[in-house]
Ligand binder design. Sequence first.
Ligand code: TYM
Length: 325
Amino acid sequence: MARILTGIQSSGRPHLGNILGAIVPAIELSRNPENESFFFIADLHSLVSIKDGKLRHEYARAIAATWLAFGFDFEKNVFWRQSRIQEHTELAWYLNCFTPFPMLANATSFKEKSEKLADVNAGLFTYPVLQAADILLYNANIIPVGKDQKQHLEMTKDIATRFNLLAGEEMLTLPEPQIDERIMTIPGVDGQKMSKSYHNYIDIFVPENELKKAIKKIVSDSTPLEEPKDPETDITFKLYSLVASESEVAAMRQNYLNGGFGYGHAKQALLECMLEKFAEPRRIFNHYMENEQELEGILVAGETKARAIAQETIGKVRKVLGYSS
Ligand code: TYM
């Protein structure tokens, strides 16, 4: 039996990149009866960027509602908020002391973000160590993530190996990332990777008129309506091909190649496709956003399961480090 684990930061409402890059593939994996799935809301990681507690709470609710909207079976699996399990921060501290400084200093995501952000705090720097703790606390085997997380997973393995050397055994399980190469990096409306921090994302849960506005913002070239267009370089086409069925994508490719089909038509088709494919997730998402107590109950029950496993690992780690009486 493989243990699957992944998390989403509550640093904003979930966007199409998180959904197609992480949530949907993870839920597909969780449907395999051989797997046991541990999906959580990384609400401690989001403190790096969001200091307003109320806002962070709202975003955490939206992330939780999204997992449920896409059909995560929270009864069979484990579902929790990182902040409610203290062992995440305790293990992160221990692991900090097994993490070479240059490894963090050379991390691509730290370099990229520290150039763009006004608030470059130590939490941003040690972010990968908390991520390693999230994974190692639960002895997870497979970590479905987007391509941008590959380096963090390599660091997790490196840190675990250093700890295991001291422990004298494979106490912490070395995880493997699972990256869906077809999805790669989902583009935002400007063609860069879709990201909360680039403000180029599409929120699929907003009312129809807002979704339409977001889709309208997708950048395109200036090929006139009547001329053929290159589907391979167009962002609307790329997003359409991630949401639509194979036959719909083939028909859309033909429309591009034929000409007489404008980017406005393509955007309208993308909107209709999203509204159709995401009708049920949109309904369930709204249900949980309106029923806070029900959502809270699901999370609290999941946290009881998560805590028991986390405590077991921390007990062993404390022993190795000489912190248990
Ligand atoms: P976050 O919230 O930044 O991203 C959550 C997941 O969404 C994927 N993702 C994308 N995939 C494809 N295209 C995109 N444009 C795109 N944007 C985001 C990310 O790759 C990620 O899988 N550090 C993690 C959160 C985390 C975590 C963990 C993950 C904390 N602890 C332990 C796995 C295991 C992150 O990037 O969150």
